[in-house]
Ligand binder design. Structure first.
Ligand code: PMP
Length: 399
């Protein structure tokens, strides 16, 4: 019989499953708020002008496609470091940061997880409750036990910070704590700067290992303010890991452009850690692809394209914010009693709306509006054409 005869069918990804159901829906006014992708006001996935310009320049004189170094392009890696830690040039001058180009933010988390498994094989990984679904799966695939720490508070629609601190304080030494650097996915609820200081104090006191996931830099307040937590960690003197991604900020989802950065204690440590990380990469995929990282590096290092990109990123950020405000105002105007103003406080692409699974079902079945059953909606999928229909439908289901 077949060697695959007893293979069970794996459950399908809940969010991709939602998109399949959406695509099969024939209603003209359907809206997919379940995705984690930025769409413009026309409902289209943008190709940024800065990206197009960099690609055109590159194609005028197309380079041959040799292998890259295992850790990717040096120009790219340095540009990533400047973006994440640009405010702390001493850290970079001391060579306390190593960066490896990775296959998206997911690839960065994967090589980080594999490397940590070699460094601290008996550690437990803690992720926020709730977190991006793939966090648990990625660290479990690296054979870590994965537990959660208290994070979201449904009653305030914010962070249960006392609960989070208590959980951090109870973690054994060398536990790995996965933190969302900004724009928490799925809740949209972030820590304040003062709260970050307290988190860093506990991480230091308990000897925990912080792994910061930065998938949405530039989507809360701006490139530099969104990296404030990295600045704080860098100044703490702690060692830590950062996964970062240009999927959203460059609208380059399919090119898989990300990076893993590790902050060490010294340049000597950096050299040894990088040598080990390269072994992990080598046995996963040998070395990363060329095109996307070359485009990102060209934009980040060209003064002209850099300005263009920062402007386009600001446009995306401001459009999402405008949609948050418009949604709250429209719900109020439609006579909804419940206070939705928390949607304006939440940051990034998502909001935990507090809609129940039953209400999400009604939104889909009766109005063709698709959201995740947890009540998560993507604000970046709203636009001036669909927002009235969405506000009407939400008003009807919460009434
Ligand atoms: N971390 C978080 C919190 C995310 O939301 C995402 C993307 N949805 C990623 C990492 C992975 O990003 P990428 O698509 O670049 O792999």
């Amino acid at each position: 019989s077949s060697i695959f005869a007893d293979v069970a069918l794996a459950p399908r990804d809940p969010i991709l499953g939602l998109t399949e159901a959406f695509n099969a829906d024939t209603r003209a006014n359907k809206v997919n708020l379940g995705v984690g992708v930025y769409y413009d006001d026309e409902g289209k996935l943008p190709l940024l002008k800065a990206v197009r310009a960099a690609e055109e320049a590159r194609m005028k004189n197309p380079p041959a496609r040799g292998y890259q170094p295992i850790e990717g392009s040096v120009v790219y890696d340095q540009a990533v470091q400047a973006l994440l830690f640009g405010h702390d040039t001493q850290l970079l001058r001391d060579k306390r940061v190593i960066t490896a180009q990775a296959i998206g933010g997911t690839g960065a988390l994967k090589i980080g997880a594999d490397y940590l498994k070699r460094l601290v094989p008996n550690a437990t990984v803690y992720i926020s409750d709730p977190s991006w679904e793939n966090h648990r799966a990625l660290f479990e695939a690296a054979e870590f036990p994965v537990k959660t720490y208290t994070y979201y508070d449904a009653s305030t629609r914010g962070v249960n910070f006392a609960g989070m601190l208590a959980d951090l304080n109870a973690m054994p030494k060398d536990s790995i704590v996965l933190l969302h650097a900004c724009c928490h996915n799925p809740t949209g609820a972030d820590l304040s700067n003062e709260q970050w200081d307290q988190v860093i104090d506990v991480i230091r006191a308990k000897g925990l290992i912080a792994f910061l996931d930065m998938a949405y830099q530039g989507f809360a307040e701006g490139i530099q303010p969104d990296a404030i937590v990295l600045d704080k960690f860098a100044h703490s003197g702690l060692q830590f890991l950062v996964s970062s991604s240009f999927s959203k900020s460059f609208s380059l989802y399919g090119e898989r452009v990300g990076a893993l950065s590790i902050v060490t204690e010294s340049s000597d440590e950096s050299a040894r850690v990088l040598s080990q990380l390269k072994r992990v990469i080598r046995t996963n995929y040998s070395n990363p692809p060329t095109h996307g990282a070359a485009v990102v590096a060209a934009v980040l290092t060209s003064p002209e394209l850099r300005v263009m990109w920062e402007h386009e990123l600001a446009e995306m950020r401001e459009r999402i914010r405008a949609m948050r405000i418009a949604l709250v105002e429209k719900l109020k105007a439609k006579g909804v009693k419940q206070d939705f103003s928390f949607v304006i406080q939440q940051r990034g692409m998502f909001s935990y709306t507090g809609l129940t699974a039953d209400q999400v079902d009604v939104l889909r079945d009766k109005y063709g509006i698709y959201a995740v059953s947890t009540g998560r909606i993507c604000l970046a999928a709203l636009n001036n054409k669909n927002i009235d229909a969405v506000a009407d439908a939400i008003a009807a289901v919460v009434a």
